[in-house]
Write a protein that binds this ligand. Structure first.
Ligand SMILES: [Zn+2]
Length: 53
């Protein structure tokens, strides 16, 4: 599969599950698995706002 942001190819883990979070090794963007058949990813926004807690 390829990164939605930078297009880098990366290997998907063997046993993906829905809502699993993957990160790109190249640009460090994070993606959530929304479906596994077929594999569908959505880009997660940077969670900088969580630092306040
Ligand atoms: Zn990337």
């Amino acid at each position: 599969m390829s990164c939605l942001v930078c297009g880098a190819q990366f290997q998907a883990p063997a046993n993906l599950i829905v809502h699993q979070v993957l990160s790109c090794n190249e640009c460090l963007s994070e993606f959530e698995v929304t479906d596994t058949e077929p594999l569908t990813l959505v880009e997660l926004p940077p969670n900088e706002e969580d630092w306040g807690q």
